[in-house]
Ligand binder design. Structure first.
Ligand code: ADP
Length: 648
């Protein structure tokens, strides 16, 4: 070959993907192109003039008296341009299975025989195509190669992966159907395609890397040039080595990771939701591994343990909480041992964990965490701070007890009140009957009988007034009508009015020489003083001396009433001024009363800006004190409740 046209043809043939070999009529090589050089491992110069049969194993040199090229030429018509599968012999003696077509041009000395080859793996997709095998049948080695080849094809076509081969160009030399689908075209279109035309930077980089003899992984989204469909893929590029150890191309294994991505996204979403619940849960949640070391805890549990959340992982409860932690570890340990959950265990932290501060109550549940096949991975802990609930329970129990107590007090009161109200009625009706009898008989009426009757009536009125006052106080409707009042005269007057009731008691009254004025409701203050005096008479033995002292200390007038009576047990002195309260040493049988006098007195005194209290010892008498601000002191604010309704 010479001249410009020949050089041009040579250049074109060199650019061809398939190996091409041309011989003269003597079947000696005249030309091989670059692809043939690469495939067979010869330099073009070395082959020039050599018999073409040198490129085939000796056993393929002759068929029915013909050389291989001539034989195939003779069968050209029958083959109709289809390739024949043969073995080519590489320079290093290795046999390559190739598909070969043979053609011829010219005659006599101008005859040119042209062999075109294609390495067999390059035509994996020709499985369905008519391929005529060399007559004479394959030998054992060929059979073995064919079996391997078939298996490889089977594998490649059925693999759940897209697979493609490429040569050094890098041109795709073979691929499976899945790869063609991924790219969005047919296999036929792909084989022979220059990989760089896929215009994917990452793929180009990986192909280059594999052609340098290094495997390379790439993960990303592949956008099909034809359909535009985006598929997330993971591609492994690996170099393919020729027998001489040089890289002759590579293989790309493409995994469609859409499903994996979807599952991952779903899992991430689930995890995000779980994480949110985990973090935000109002209960403490934690996971322990099989060595009972914390894997993670949420903020709530960290707060309960009093240790930051990130200080937990890798540590056991005893390591974190000391000895009490060992106690708290019993639940999880039990779960690991038995594989059974422990649910709703209640504990108190200060007893179990000795955590300082106010007593806290917890409810803990421990669950085995298992793999789907049942293996225990650790223990899940759910801890709830139920202190508030417990407190509410205690409070409820307390309120319940109080309600019960109130019911008891009401029942007691009803029986006491009916007894108290009935007590004056019996003598009253007796006196009235006596008076009636005497009147009928025309006898003189004794003033004593009438006085007695009136006394019982007064007592009855007093009881009823007390009841009314107590209910007014409860309703906030006890009206006061304060004015400048001589408190010293008021006490004196009250003492005098008690003359009829005092029996053999002696009143010992001392007061300062100067006048003591207060801003107050005289009627109500008298009620207070007479209540104290009546109690002193009632709760002390007949004939005892009752000392009444009025004194002035700065701007405060202090009245004290001391009796030598039964006194008040110390533990009951606090409640003395409560409604219906009667000390246990004042039995109903011995001492009548509704337990209202001191309650009413306290309300009156306090609303005058004063104070009432007692000093007493059971069995040794009592002293009741009333302190009131005098007129000269800043005038106390006396709430005026419905001043228009004077409810005395
Ligand atoms: P009562 O009508 O029962 O006397 P009070 O409110 O006046 O009601 O007194 C309440 C309780 O205080 C009495 O039931 C009694 O137990 C005790 N108490 C009051 N005054 C005295 C006193 N001078 N000595 C001993 N106990 C007293």
């Amino acid at each position: 070959m010479a001249g410009g046209a020949a050089r041009e043809l040579e250049a074109i043939l060199d650019a061809a993907v398939d190996p091409v070999i041309a011989c003269g009529p003597d079947e000696c090589i005249l030309y091989i192109n670059a692809a043939a050089e690469r495939l067979l491992g010869w330099d073009r110069e070395q082959l020039m003039g050599r018999p073409v049969t040198d490129l085939f194993p000796p056993r393929l040199h002759r068929f029915h008296g013909f050389s291989l090229p001539r034989y195939l030429l003779s069968r050209r018509k029958v083959l109709g341009g289809r390739p024949t599968r043969v073995f080519a012999l590489r320079r290093d003696g290795v046999e390559l299975q190739v598909e070969m077509t043979v053609g011829a041009t010219g005659t006599n000395s101008h005859e040119r025989i042209v062999l075109t080859m294609r390495r067999l793996h390059e035509v994996i997709d020709s499985l369905e195509e008519p391929v005529e095998h060399i007559p004479g049948g394959p030998d054992v080695a060929t059979h073995h190669e064919e079996t391997v080849d078939r298996l490889y094809r089977l594998l490649v076509e059925n693999a759940p992966l897209s697979i493609f081969h490429f040569d050094r160009a890098p041109i795709i030399t073979a691929c499976n159907e899945r790869f063609a689908r991924l790219i969005g075209t047919s296999k036929r279109n792909l084989v022979g395609l220059h990989l760089f035309t896929l215009r994917d930077e990452n793929i180009i980089a990986c192909v280059r890397e594999s052609l340098r003899g290094r495997s390379c992984d790439y993960e990303g989204d592949y956008r099909s040039l034809t359909t535009g469909k985006v598929t997330p893929v993971r591609v492994r590029f690996a170099p393919c080595y020729a027998e001489d150890g040089t890289v002759e191309g590579g293989v790309g294994i493409v995994e469609d990771i859409s499903e994996r991505r979807r599952v991952e996204a779903e899992r991430e979403e689930n995890l995000a939701q779980m994480d949110l619940l985990f973090r935000g849960a109002p209960v403490g949640i934690g996971f322990l591994d099989t060595n009972l070391r914390y894997v993670r805890v949420n903020e709530t549990l960290a707060r309960i343990n009093g240790i930051p959340a990130d200080a937990h992982p890798g540590h056991t409860l005893p390591e974190l909480l000391g000895e009490p932690g060992a106690l708290a570890e019993q639940g999880p340990r039990h779960v690991l041992r038995t594989g059974e959950p422990l649910v709703d265990m209640e504990s108190t932290s200060d007893e179990d964990l000795r955590v300082p501060g106010p007593r806290r109550y917890f409810r803990g549940s421990f669950y085995p965490v298992r793999t789907p096949d049942g293996r225990i991975l650790g223990v899940g802990v759910v801890l709830e701070d139920i202190t508030e609930r417990k407190r509410a329970e205690v409070e409820r129990a307390h309120l319940y007890r109080e309600a019960q107590e109130a019911i008891r007090v009401r029942d007691d009161f009803l029986s006491i009140a009916s007894h108290e109200l009935k007590t004056p009625l019996t003598p009253l009706s007796l006196r009235l009957a006596t008076l009636e009898r005497r009147l009928e008989r025309g006898e003189n009426l004794e003033p004593g009988v009438l006085r007695h009757a009136r006394h019982q009536l007064t007592r009855l009125t007093g009881l009823i007034n007390d009841l009314l006052d107590a209910s007014r106080i409860e309703a906030g409707r006890l009206a006061l009508h304060p004015e400048a009042t001589r408190f010293d005269l008021l006490v004196e007057h009250t003492l005098a009015s008690m003359d009829g009731q005092k029996g053999n008691h002696v009143f010992d009254f001392e007061l300062p020489p100067e006048a003591i004025s207060v801003h107050g409701d005289a009627y109500r203050l008298e009620q207070v003083v007479s209540n104290l005096l009546e109690n002193a008479l009632k709760y002390s033995p007949d004939g005892g001396t009752i000392r009444v002292r009025l004194s002035l200390s700065e701007d405060v007038a202090v009245l004290s009433v001391t009796d030598p009576g039964i006194g008040i047990p110390e533990d009951q002195q606090q409640q003395l001024f409560d409604r219906y309260f009667r000390a246990r040493n004042a039995s109903t049988r011995s001492y009548g009363g509704l337990g209202l006098g001191l309650y009413i007195s306290r309300d009156i005194v306090e609303r005058h800006g004063g104070r009432i209290w007692v000093e007493s010892e059971a069995g040794r008498g009592s002293t009741f004190y009333v302190a009131l601000p005098t007129l000269s002191a800043a005038r106390p604010a006396l709430p005026q409740v419905w001043p228009d309704r004077h409810l005395h």
